[in-house]
Design a protein around this ligand. Sequence first.
Ligand code: NAD
Length: 419
Amino acid sequence: MSKAYMKEGRLVVPDCVTVPFIEGDGVGAEITPVCQQIVNKAVSIAYKGKRSIEWMEVFAGEKSYQKNGEWLPEETMKAFLEYLIGIKGPLTTPVGGGIRSLNVALRQTLDLYVCLRPVRWFKGIVSPLKEPQKVNMHIFRENTEDIYAGIEWEQGTPEAEKFYAFLHDKMGVKKVRFPKTSSFGVKPVSVEGTHRLVRAAILYALQHKLPSVTLVHKGNIMKFTEGGFKRWGYDLAETEFSDVTFTMNQYDQIKNTLGEESAKAALAHAVNAGKLLVKDCIADAFLQNTLLKPEEYSVIATLNLNGDYVSDQLAAMVGGIGIAPGANINYQTGHAIFEATHGTAPDIAGKNIVNPCSLLLSSVMMLDYLGWKEASVLIVKALENLFESGKATYDLARFMPGGTALGTVEFGEQVIGQL
Ligand code: NAD
């Protein structure tokens, strides 16, 4: 068993690396083996046997509950902590008390502060957009703060009453319209939380030679939380990355002091010098703009709730839930869990029709994260070829003119054949 580890802030990956995996509930049992076979084959072709992945199964969700009565056993957590990099299929959310969501528990325990969702279009896949080839975005969604922190009180409880009394009596808040029947939630957004997310987004953009980072927020309404996110994001770019970025905040400052022509000249100069443009956009306008002019956006840095909405809209623009990959990452500790972004799809489980591409493209992200780009490229090319020739699982093929719907297993075999 060989572990990946961090040395002086960099990830070190042994040639034979052990990767813990959770098979996943429902369709997890179908997509996980297909993806592992494809990844194994791509790695073996790319490195001619010099590199390999040793898959180590760990348990969570229904499979774990049936095995030992625990939804998320301690050993699973330990394995992810120890081996740094893991991958998971979808998990059933337990109904009733106890754990709210296994995914949230994993993210919080490992402090996986970035939820990274790359969004690109594959030729052949039918999209609701006229020019889907213009979509190439990378969403950095903050994963640990915001209204997702789970700090809320239900209306009618003594806690909600106590919280309102504090607001009213100590904080002088008189604006709650129906205090007796209101539930309350708290939205923490911090400087550190924003800085580490925006730093990761900027570093990613620089590393991948991408043109811009857009801070997406509702700072016009939530001035100190979402507005803070925007201000702190700009501050970070201007202090830590002053030589490689130009921000629209700087543009506005120049415009206000020296006039619009000078600001435009400074922007043109920065773009010519290859600097990364850091800009911002109000969340509602952003959702419109991504449909109308997607080419204007590249890396997106946003808060937790906005990130949730944005991820689903962008996924729908390029083929939907079956093909959207994702990862939860802590770039400081190196911990990363790659995952299928869809659920357990109980309505199609066991029918050999589920699309394995969300987990497969998450595996591609994992190979990139390991630095094994030669293998990931092979898988992406194989998918490009198949989609272009109209071959896909039913969820995508049914919309393709003359498309051929393949079963999950057959689709996996075709990908392997293309490698
Ligand atoms: P779902 O994503 O499982 O299914 C929604 C719809 O999309 C269904 O019609 C399903 O058939 C279809 N679908 C999903 N993935 C597909 C794929 N790969 N290929 C083809 N079609 C696909 O969402 P749900 O039904 O709301 O949730 C079912 C269970 O999954 C719940 O217990 C929920 O809590 C859990 N869930 C888990 C995760 C996760 O582990 N990351 C995410 C979402 C939901």
